[in-house]
Design a protein. Structure first.
Length: 404
């Protein structure tokens, strides 16, 4: 932000005039968002801001402005698989792709066949994240370790050979390699030693998420009242709800405080189940995710995920045995699905994909909502809820500059 003390005015780099602004806590009609030269939101009101210079003024012609979307559970997309390939260039490629779908920040969900591979992947990504500050689109916000401490009975798309019981020295090595970049860890609470691991992770500032679990209602409930504050892709790879054995799903639906992920692609979870989760947890505790794999954003074909062949047909990714093998969904599509399939108000669906994930990983003071003083991470939607523009830290990253 540049301040002119002689004229008592701000020099603003970008002003957006919108028909609707979903903050998402309130809806402002015919509003103005002013963005400073350092990419911070400086004004939100219904009048043109008092500024000395406006570098760019955009009349959005009635389109809506929402906070930038944040995907805290994604394995890749557009041909990119996190943890393999040319990590730095692939991460830039994914950054552009994600921004094309309204994502302004994301966690990289990674795993590997053994501790050595996982530790090396963490080190390699930390070196990139520590070194690089300027991204072409969405910003990598850290790492999510999904596994290897999962229940093999609920391995889902994971290679069961990659799964084993918790090891405290292994976790310490991951945390040392992560240097603060590990934000979330998914683990099954019924495994031996899981509570000690959860304590270690929590003390290190890592969100412990209940995932890939086949435990009973009592064990799951105790975990969710304890150190497991989050739930990985609710309904998927979890013991289901039964009238006499509510399972993990029942523990989530009966919980009071935990946040719960939902893959909103319309394939992983039936719209009726999406509605049930919404009615039980409300808009404050659901976190929309994609859980996307390399085939997201690409035509139907065969791809590789976690060293396994995945076939994508009509947008559905499956392993050879028919198990769903990750998602090809995008986060803007998940928001649309919550509105169109589950009947959730747009402002609440937006919250599930912006403020809620930011809060889960402790970044809600910087991003996740449209508020003065926060990063100007914004998305423009048309009347059909299609994404038309993405702004990251005040810079238009989609569409390209010559298309604006």
């Amino acid at each position: 932000m540049i301040y002119n003390p002689q004229k008592n005015m701000m020099i603003t780099s970008l002003v957006l005039e919108s028909g609707l602004i979903y903050t998402p806590f309130e809806t402002i009609r015919n509003g103005i968002v002013g963005i400073s030269t350092d990419g911070i939101i400086e004004t939100i009101n219904s009048n043109r801001p008092e500024v000395e210079t406006i570098a760019q003024y955009i009349d959005l012609k009635g389109k809506a402005v929402i906070p930038g979307l944040i995907d805290i559970h994604v394995h890749g997309g557009f041909g990119v698989a996190f943890g393999v390939g040319e990590l730095a260039s692939d991460l830039e490629k994914y950054s552009r792709f994600a921004a094309n779908h309204g994502v302004t920040g994301f966690l990289l969900s990674i795993t590997g066949p053994d501790a050595a591979v996982i530790k090396q992947a963490i080190k390699d990504y930390v070196e990139i994240l520590d070194r690089k500050q300027d991204w072409p689109g969405a910003i990598p916000l850290g790492l999510h370790l999904e596994g290897p401490f999962l229940n093999a009975e609920r391995h889902g798309a994971f290679n069961p050979d990659w799964i084993h019981n918790p090891d405290i020295d292994e976790v310490k090595a991951y945390l040392d390699a992560g240097r603060g970049w590990i934000k979330q860890d998914s683990m099954a609470p019924e495994l031996p030693g899981s509570e000690k691991i959860a304590r270690l992770l929590t003390d290190a500032g890592v969100v412990v998420s209940l995932g890939h679990s086949n435990t009973n209602f009592e064990t799951a409930s105790a975990a969710l009242k304890g150190l497991f504050s989050h739930v990985t892709h609710t309904f998927n790879a979890q013991s289901p709800l039964h009238q006499r054995e509510p399972g993990v799903v029942g523990a989530v639906l009966a919980s009071d405080k935990v946040t719960a992920e939902l893959i909103g692609d319309g394939i992983h979870v039936h719209p009726a189940a999406m509605k049930i989760l919404y009615r039980c947890l409300g808009p404050e505790r659901i976190v929309l995710i994609t859980d996307a794999m390399p085939g997201a954003g690409l035509p139907d074909s065969e791809y590789e995920l976690l060293n396994q062949k995945v076939t994508v047909k009509d947008g559905k990714a499956t392993l050879p045995d028919g198990t769903i093998g990750g998602s090809t969904g995008t986060l803007d599509g998940c928001v649309r699905n919550m509105v169109q399939l589950a009947g959730v108000p747009l402002s609440e669906a937006v919250r599930m994909a912006s403020f809620n994930p930011a809060k889960v990983i402790g970044l809600e003071s910087r991003m996740g909502s449209i508020e003065v003083g926060k990063e100007a991470n914004l998305v423009i939607l048309d009347e059909g809820l299609k994404m038309r523009m993405t702004i990251v830290k005040g810079k238009i990253v989609y569409p390209s500059e010559n298309e604006v």
